[in-house]
Design a binder for this molecule. Structure first.
Ligand code: ARG
Length: 495
């Protein structure tokens, strides 16, 4: 250990007790260098994962005969007591420690004395931090999946209420064809479903144990990495110790999934912002989910949705931060990697928070079917149905498209919409039109013509709802089989 010899220059230095290293140094570390390099403020939230990893490691060391069984037991009991005391607030996550690993070892010494020094046998902070981080990411996969299902449930509930609500479906933000509101809302269900499936797909790549890699080359003592992996619920062990300590792909993938989920939420937020303007008037947000103005008393602003849209940019930035952090690193562990956690924590916190507020905002929103229906009058959104009619009478689609285009021009010049057209208007452009064509110009008929698998007909949307509910059920079942970090701890402690 370093001697705490104050330098003649008066530079402040660090007391040796807080550092896990120092034997080979003549002078102590400067306080400023410790402050600059400490990650404790950020990685203290890994305390449960760190203690859990250490419990598993100590059990394995005892079983492998690397430390005495009685010492292993003492360490495990000490760690369990520390975990309990942090949980109850008896022990505060405070100190000038370099990181959570140093904190835990220092505290353990308070409980069991010098035996604490045996915990770090055949382990490095390099494989330890990768283990903690993977355990944390695994738990976050569960939390994100849960949050996504709540968002999906809110969309399903609103869709069920609005199967018969019609509105103009848009392309280029221009009225295109009538659709059911349920159909529109469920589009977001499927985008989120893909995010969920990406999380499920990521799990096996997160759930790999780096323990046994030690610093980089593997442990020099006869450890049993399979046993620690099994205790921690990892499904496999890393195949290459150098990769094990330097790989952060799992974190990049997780942040990418967060970024894409945020992009989906942001698009929904944008539509809600637009729809809640008086010009649209398609939706009214619940008082609890919109805000006022400090100067304009009449205002009801969609700030929550705007913040979700804004925060999507922050999470996209986090992905770039993380990839940039890693891209220039030679194998294996480099201290740069310490910056990974703040980036990932931020991205995950924002995504969880956004999913939570958006699901409540959607669940409590009131959609306005009259305004939506009104927007379909005079908007020519059934023009394609008329072209399809001519196609069924043998007219090539390109020609049918042109004829209906001319009709739209003719009617709009007269200040009329398609629903105002009479048979004479139609006949003027094609002899193929008969009276039955007029019935097509109603949006309610237009949606019903779209019965194919993914279309907006009532039957198709109902089938889609059933499929969405079945997917949700499957996810909930998957989640029920997913142990929480606390359940994993109980299991390791044999309770
Ligand atoms: N705080 C470090 C991190 O988050 C832990 C590993 C430190 N390892 C080392 N060799 N300095 O990456």
């Amino acid at each position: 250990m370093r001697k705490n010899d104050k330098r003649k220059s008066g530079e402040k230095t660090v007391s040796s007790v807080t550092l896990l290293w120092g034997g080979r140094f003549k002078k102590p570390l400067s306080e400023e260098a410790l402050k600059f390099s400490s990650s404790f403020d950020v990685d203290k939230r890994l305390w449960k994962h760190d203690i859990l990893g250490s419990i598993a490691h100590a059990i394995m060391l005892g079983e492998a005969g690397i430390i005495d069984a009685s010492e292993a037991e003492k360490i495990v009991k000490g760690l369990a007591a520390l975990m309990r005391d942090i949980e109850t607030g008896e022990v505060a996550l405070e100190g000038s420690d370099e990181d959570i690993h140093s904190f835990v070892e220092r505290k353990l010494r308070d409980y069991i004395g010098e035996t604490a020094g045996k915990l770090h046998t055949a382990r490095s902070r390099n494989d330890q931090v990768a283990t903690d981080f993977r355990l944390w990411c695994r738990d976050v996969i569960r939390q994100l999946a849960e949050a996504i299902t709540r968002m999906q449930q809110a969309l399903i509930d609103q869709a069920e209420k609005h199967i018969d609500t019609l509105l103009p479906g848009m392309t280029h933000l221009q009225h295109a064809q009538p659709v059911r509101l349920a159909h529109h809302l469920l589009a977001y269900f499927w985008a989120l479903q893909r995010d969920l499936e990406r999380l499920m797909d990521l799990l096996p790549r997160v759930n790999v144990s780096p323990l046994g890699a030690a610093a980089l080359a593997g442990a020099g003592l006869p450890i049993n990495p399979r046993r620690t992996a099994q205790l921690l619920g990892f499904s496999e062990t890393a195949k290459n110790s150098m990769d094990a300590v330097s790989d952060r792909d799992f974190a990049c993938e997780l942040v990418f999934i967060c970024a894409l989920t945020m992009v989906h939420l942001s698009r929904l937020a944008e539509e809600i912002i637009l729809w809640s303007t008086p010009e649209f008037g398609f939706v009214t947000l619940d008082d609890a989910w919109c805000t006022g103005s400090s100067i304009m008393p009449q205002k009801r602003n969609p700030d929550i949705a705007e913040l979700v849209r804004g925060k999507a940019g922050v999470v996209i930035g986090a992905l770039v931060q993380l990839l940039t952090l890693i891209k220039g690193l030679p194998l294996t562990y480099n201290r740069d990697l310490q910056e990974d956690k703040a980036i990932v924590f931020n991205a995950v916190d924002i995504t969880l928070g956004s999913l939570s507020v958006m699901s409540q905002l959607v669940a409590t929103a009131t959609f306005n079917p009259e305004r939506m229906r009104q927007a379909l009058t005079g908007d020519f959104s059934t023009a394609t149905d008329l072209a399809d009619y001519l196609v069924q009478k043998g007219v090539p689609f390109r020609e049918a498209h042109h004829i209906v285009g001319q009709l739209v021009l003719h009617l709009s010049e007269k200040g009329k919409g398609l629903e105002d057209a009479n048979l004479d208007d139609l006949k003027l452009l094609s002899e193929k039109f008969d009276a039955d064509a007029l019935s097509l110009l109603v949006p309610e008929k237009s949606v019903e013509r779209r019965k194919e698998l993914s279309g907006t007909a009532r039957r198709s949307v109902q089938r889609q709802l059933r499929q969405a509910k079945a997917k949700l059920e499957r996810t909930l079942k998957w989640l029920r089989s997913f142990p929480t970090i606390s359940e994993q701890i109980q299991q390791v402690l044999g309770k």
